[in-house]
Design a binder for this molecule. Structure first.
Ligand SMILES: CC(C)(COP(=O)(O)OP(=O)(O)OC[C@H]1O[C@@H](n2cnc3c(N)ncnc32)[C@H](O)[C@@H]1OP(=O)(O)O)[C@@H](O)C(=O)NCCC(=O)NCCSC(=O)Cc1ccccc1
Length: 169
């Protein structure tokens, strides 16, 4: 495809993603995420693609900020729902991680998103908060929402995450 005056480009910069996981066997989830919020542990590379950073970490709750831009648009003129879902998946997962001791793994197994209002490049910063609704030995449940820069809730979600011991080698 040729480039013309309507073509835009962006640069994505990220840090070696192997550093963070190497800390998980020895660090409680909340300490890991607090270090990430403080910039002492690199954030996830996906964050560089969508302008997402971890902002606040508490017991059972995490807040992300996100700056959507034109490169996140779908073909019908608004920010792709996948960006909003990625934000919510991140916030729900990290909220659960704050409750987990060192050596415990987790992964999201399902998420239900309600897209209440469209998001544009002018909607940011988006604020996405996730919180645990019920912890568990094997499955944790969480919910969250995304609020735009006018204070309007643009999406809500509920989801569940599998909890398991990290394999030691
Ligand atoms: C339209 C509806 C689904 C339903 O609304 P209704 O039942 O009619 O309810 P209501 O009238 O109460 O409106 C509620 C609020 O919505 C606003 N609004 C409504 N219509 C428009 C409009 N035309 N333009 C602008 N804004 C509009 C309206 O002002 C109001 O806001 P307010 O309360 O005044 O502040 C709405 O909930 C919505 O837009 N959700 C977000 C959906 C979304 O972004 N999905 C993800 C992207 S899709 C994707 O990426 C998948 C894909 C991939 C690849 C290719 C293709 C697709």
């Amino acid at each position: 495809m040729s480039t013309d005056s309507t073509t835009r480009e962006t640069t994505v910069t990220w840090t070696d993603p192997s550093q963070g996981p190497s800390l998980l066997p020895t660090m409680d989830g909340i300490d890991f995420l607090r270090k990430m919020a403080a910039g002492e542990v690199p954030g996830a590379p996906i964050g560089a693609h969508i302008g997402m950073q971890i902002a606040e970490v508490g017991e059972g709750t995490v807040t992300f900020h996100c700056h959507p831009d034109e490169s996140h648009y779908n073909p019908i003129g608004m920010v792709h729902g996948g960006l909003v879902c990625t934000l919510l998946d991140s916030a729900l997962g990290c909220a659960v991680h704050t409750t987990l001791p060192a050596g415990t793994g987790y992964t999201s197994i399902e998420i239900k998103v309600n897209y209440l209002r469209p998001v544009s490049k002018d909607s940011g910063p988006l604020v996405c908060t996730g919180r645990v609704t019920k912890g568990g030995r094997r499955v944790a449940f969480a919910e969250g929402e995304v609020v735009d820069n006018l204070g309007k809730t643009v999406a809500t979600a509920s989801g569940s995450l599998l909890i398991f011991p990290l394999e030691t080698t």
